[in-house]
Ligand binder design. Structure first.
Ligand SMILES: Cc1cc2nc3c(=O)[nH]c(=O)nc-3n(C[C@H](O)[C@H](O)[C@H](O)COP(=O)(O)O)c2cc1C
Length: 205
């Protein structure tokens, strides 16, 4: 019997939106049968910047007990789902910094042949969501990873409209993660687990 898919959800979040979607993805992946590690990227911002923003400080406190991602978590995983808020249409530097610690594993060929996917959020509608995911996905090609995106494989995707990955418009904290985004997260997580499972079975055969 094939062991459960090992799935790492690795995210960066300042003000909590991405942290909330990460939890949703993790729960949905567990429901789909995966063994899940929910992990945050290490913070790089000065504490004074965090303390000057109520939501940022609250998210830091709420996730204080969560482990920080390390390269060993990526080596462990069959599938990795990365989450980042958009930063001017790009990946947050904190997540990028974590990705940049993976050079050693890359050199050993240990990032290849895994399933990868991503999710994001922005303050404004569109706001750079697709460009952020595409920027993240550039890296996956360099890993030799297998990109699994939701596409329009579920009727709900015609409502949320983002085939690149789960995304949410948080209106700077005024629009909490809602049912549409939770559905997108569940659809994406189930698809990632299903295809990682198929890959795992295939490579064991
Ligand atoms: C430096 C910086 C750049 C940002 N750039 C954009 C942007 O280009 N478009 C946008 O809609 N939101 C932008 N945002 C807003 C965040 O991406 C958005 O609020 C996100 O949902 C926050 O996620 P979090 O709560 O997980 O930190 C930016 C925020 C910061 C701090």
């Amino acid at each position: 019997m094939t062991a459960p898919v090992k799935l790492a959800v690795v995210y960066y979040s300042s003000t909590g939106t991405i942290a909330e979607i990460a939890r949703e993805i993790g729960q949905a992946a567990e429901k789909a049968g995966a063994e899940v590690r929910l992990l945050k990227a290490a913070e790089l911002a000065p504490q004074s910047a965090i303390d000057s923003n109520e939501a940022w400080a609250a998210n830091q406190a709420a996730t204080a007990g969560l482990a920080e991602a390390g390269p060993a978590d990526i080596e462990w995983a069959d599938a990795v789902v990365f989450g980042t808020p958009t930063r001017f249409g790009n990946v947050a530097s904190q997540l990028k910094q974590f990705i940049d610690t993976l050079g050693g594993l890359w050199a050993e060929g240990k990032l290849a042949d895994k399933v990868y996917s991503g999710f994001t959020s922005s303050a404004t509608t569109h706001g750079g969501q697709e460009s952020t995911l595409l920027a993240l996905y550039n890296t996956i090609h360099h890993f030799g990873g297998l990109l699994v995106t939701p596409g329009y494989t579920d009727p709900s995707k015609f409502a949320d409209g983002n085939p690149y990955g789960t995304s949410h418009v948080d209106a700077q904290g005024n629009n909490p993660v809602d049912d549409q985004t939770r559905t997108a997260a569940a659809v994406q997580a189930a698809r990632v687990v299903r295809l990682a499972e198929a890959l795992k079975k295939g490579s064991e055969a």
